[in-house]
Design a protein around this ligand. Structure first.
Ligand code: 6PG
Length: 466
């Protein structure tokens, strides 16, 4: 009997769906999990395909063709190390472990080195698209040695999403490049989600729109340049009725957001690299504030807020332009971070390629990515998407309407932290002069930190006190 070409460890929803996708693409597969129910679920769901679920590592490894291609889709962190430690004794030189989870990039760098020393190969791979994407076509961001990727490229490209026939899977760079790019993808995901939430808050509480009108707006935007997976699902979420009571389900959901870490890691590394990504930071912060529910409830009792609903009207298209500008700024921040990381870490990232594989399958897929791809293909060295005149025009258009939007939010005390940071970033990065001159004077005043002048060379210090 022929051996399997691809194995999966971790048969939770993501792992099972990914493996069924591999099997559906014509590759013989095997899956392993400690949990019998998950193994049975694979055997049940995979009846039509050449896929088997097994419950011992011996059987799993023994049924794979050498050199073995073994993917892990298990929760990031210690579990990945534990699974690798269990698996290792069963492997032979040249076998490949692919970590397809949301691992933190320093872990990926460490794991690749450790495994290479033992003559085992390793790829850190970011997979985006949720359970449905895993089954029908995710976006796959591959990091590690290019020649090692070549061994599994036909499989990963076959299972990935396709846009105009092009696979949304690519080798992006050495070492942790795949997981780094996936982390930044998630940072952008956080920013877009928060922007959408703030839009909903202003629409509902500032403009007094009902669910049908809000859903209509998102649906209409999704048919325009705001076309994006997150825009699309929001239209559907807003009119989903509550099956346990009256009204809309979203209004019954507790307003505390969870997070597994990828957004925070994006902010942390951006701070280290000195690249500002304030919209992503704001999104992380707002998730943290949402989690402080008890404090929020207590303070909301003592702080009086005026009613936000006023007489202003917003056309759907005008509102959409504000959201579009802020989406663009979020991507611009993410790509700027990737540009710096590429230099610092020697990833040699191809931004046109990243935009290409983000066009389909992943959570931040959007029509905008086709435009970004063209910009990066034409000007690979562009430092920030905002240097493109078309992009700047889109953000400037959004910024015009944002002033009214901000006033409505401000009147009712509706927090629009991600929006403010996005347009604030735009204002700052397009300012020829910032008030940092005063800041330098303050530093020199209290700490003799010195300053430079605009009218002559040299370093200066002033005795500020008479
Ligand atoms: C994806 C998602 C996926 C997952 C996030 C959620 O690209 O498919 O990003 O990886 O939904 O890990 O992260 P939080 O739990 O931090 O929101």
């Amino acid at each position: 009997m022929s051996k399997a070409k691809f194995g999966m460890i971790g048969l939770g929803v993501m792992g099972r769906n990914f493996l069924l996708n591999v099997a559906d693409s014509g590759f013989k597969c095997v899956g392993y999990d400690l949990n019998d129910e998950k193994v049975n679920a694979l055997n049940e769901e995979g009846r039509e395909f050449d896929v088997t679920g097994v419950d011992t590592l011996e059987e799993f490894v023994g049924s794979l063709e050498a050199p073995r291609n073994i993917m892990l889709l298990v929760p990031a962190g210690k579990i990945v190390d534990a699974v690798i430690a269990d698996l290792e004794p069963h492997l032979e030189a040249g076998d490949l472990i692919i970590d397809g989870g949301n691992s933190h990039f320093p872990d990926t760098e460490r794991r690749e080195k450790e495994l290479n020393k033992k003559n085992l190969e390793f790829l850190g791979v970011g997979v985006s698209g949720g359970a449905k994407g895993a089954r029908l076509g995710p976006s796959i961001m591959i990091g590690g040695k290019k020649d090692v990727y070549a061994q599994v490229a036909p499989i990963l490209e076959a299972v990935s999403a396709k846009v105009n026939g092009e696979p949304c899977a690519a080798h992006l760079g050495n070492g942790s490049a795949g997981h780094f790019v996936k982390m930044v993808h998630n940072g952008i995901e956080y920013a877009m989600m928060q922007l959408i939430c703030e839009t909903y808050d202003v629409m509902k509480n500032g403009l007094g729109m009902n669910h049908a009108a809000m859903s209509y707006a998102f649906d209409r935007w999704n048919k325009s340049s705001l076309n994006a997976y997150l825009t699309e699902i929001t239209a559907a979420i807003l009119t989903k009725e509550d099956d346990l009571g009256d009204g809309y389900l979203v209004e019954q959901i507790l307003d505390t957001a969870g997070q597994k870490g990828t957004g925070r890691w994006t902010s942390e590394v951006a701070l280290e690299l000195g690249i500002p990504i304030p919209t992503i930071d704001a999104a992380v912060t707002m998730r943290q504030i949402s989690a402080l529910r008890d404090q929020r409830l207590a303070l909301s009792e003592v702080i009086e807020k005026s009613s936000a609903v006023g007489s202003e009207k917003f056309g759907t298209d005008e509102l959409g332009r504000i959201l579009l500008g802020a989406y663009v700024v979020s991507y611009a921040q993410g790509f700027a971070l990737l540009a710096e990381a590429s230099k610092e870490k020697g990833f040699e990232l191809d931004f046109a390629e990243i935009a290409k594989i983000w066009r389909g399958g992943c959570i931040i897929r959007a029509s905008l990515l086709e435009e970004f791809r063209t910009i990066f293909a034409e000007t690979p060295s562009i430092e920030n998407l905002l240097f493109d005149p078309g992009i700047t025009k889109t953000v400037s258009e959004g910024r015009k309407g944002f002033l009214k939007f901000q006033a409505i939010a401000g009147r009712g005390g509706i927090p629009v932290v991600a929006y403010s940071s996005g347009y604030g970033y735009f204002d700052a990065i397009t300012s020829g002069r910032l008030p940092a001159n005063l800041l330098q004077a303050q530093r020199d005043y209290f700490g003799s930190h010195t300053y430079k002048r605009i009218d002559r060379e040299g370093t200066f210090h002033t005795e500020w006190e008479d």
